[in-house]
Design a protein around this ligand. Structure first.
Ligand code: ATP
Ligand code: MG
Length: 337
């Protein structure tokens, strides 16, 4: 929605730098914390730099003081091909990789079981609509058997950016491991499944932290202005959203889009939001059970050792317990009703 994510400049720089170093990377963090946004912006950042360099006098890059190795390194990064995968299904992800490799001419159509005649067509003129069905019919195994040699033979760098790999299965891991050998992979994950340790070990982990309050505030203000939301007491509202969201931009967006449905957000609604959110976080059940157990066992203990004072105390505790429980149930019932 906005041009750049709020409060992420430093992180985007860091991620872009790590990508430029050629590392496999995974951005981790809670669901909705903004991993995908940081990855997308970092990729844009690099792509911009590469295209700037392309426009800038390329002859100087081949200046004689460069060693052959340096020159090769530059050529590889100049020939970097970005494959950005937004699909979340494994099969669709592999089809998407195949599509991009066809479009960039890195793979020959015949390698993907397409008719030989397609090999003669310049890759920029290939029509995906025509090829799609055949590629879709291939299994993950066939596709990876075709794409891995193609990536390997490519004189340049293939950067595969996968929006999210949280739900990868151990079986799919094997195919990805092969890709990791010949291409650079950058991705996001909201949790770390132990079955995927082989992949995790290959990646540098960068944690995406919650937004700082200032960035969260800027995001809320920007949204309010863009949507032209009418709010009775904006500072109260903004402070409330920022506090409730705890730095999670997805939570912020959810609250904002909910409020944006109202013609005017008034104080009462702000209070109601706070109340609903507050009650849902209060779960006294475990505490109440422990409390109950403590009271009952104290009573038996008092009876056993014949301590009247303790017995009375436990009785008072039991009465208190019932009173608190009654009040709590009533309160919770009211809030959810
Ligand atoms: N720094 C930011 N500034 C403004 N908006 C942001 C920022 N980070 C994330 N958002 C917005 O918050 C939402 C969630 O962000 P994003 O999809 O990047 O999170 P995620 O961590 O990838 O979530 P998931 O775990 O669901 O994949 C998106 O609507 C995104 O545009
Ligand atoms: Mg994401």
């Amino acid at each position: 929605m906005q041009a750049t994510p709020f409060g992420r400049d430093e992180l985007i720089h860091e991620v872009a730098n790590e990508i430029k170093k050629g590392k496999h990377l995974v951005l981790t963090g809670a669901i909705g914390v903004g991993k995908s946004s940081v990855l997308r912006e970092s990729l844009k950042h690099i792509e911009r730099r590469v295209s700037e360099r392309r426009h800038f006098n390329p002859l100087t890059e081949n200046a004689p003081q460069l060693t052959e190795e340096q020159r090769q390194c530059r050529r590889r990064s100049r020939n970097r091909v970005l494959i950005y995968i937004t699909e979340s299904q494994a099969k669709a992800q592999f089809v998407q990789i195949a599509k991009r490799l066809l479009e960039t001419g890195i793979i020959k159509p015949s390698a993907l079981h397409l008719a030989k005649r397609y090999d003669a067509i310049p890759h920029a003129e290939l029509e995906w609509a025509e090829l799609q069905r055949t590629v879709n019919r291939l299994g993950i195994r066939d596709i990876s058997a075709a794409i891995i040699p193609a990536i390997y033979a490519y004189e340049g760098k293939v950067l595969v950016a996968v929006d999210d790999m949280t739900n990868l299965t151990p079986t799919q891991q094997a195919f990805w491991l092969a890709i990791y050998e010949h291409a650079q992979v950058v991705t996001c994950a909201s949790s770390r499944k132990s079955g995927l340790n082989k992949l995790w070990w290959k990646m540098k982990i960068i944690d995406v932290p919650p937004l700082k309050p200032e960035a969260a505030t800027a995001l809320v203000r920007d949204y309010i202005a863009q949507q032209g939301m009418m709010i009775e007491s904006p500072d109260l509202y903004i402070g409330h959203v920022v506090k409730q969201a705890n730095g999670n931009p997805q939570a912020i967006m959810d609250m904002l889009s909910e409020s944006a449905k109202e013609r005017v957000v008034n104080k009462q609604q702000i209070r109601a939001m706070r109340h609903a959110a507050g009650v849902s976080y209060l779960d006294f059940t475990p505490v109440m059970i422990l409390f109950g157990v403590a009271i009952v066992s104290t009573r038996y203990l008092a009876m056993g050792i014949g301590d009247t004072a303790l017995y009375i105390l436990a009785g008072i505790g039991a009465a208190l317990f019932l009173a608190i429980r009654f009040l709590f149930m009533k309160g919770a019932g009211k809030a959810s009703g």
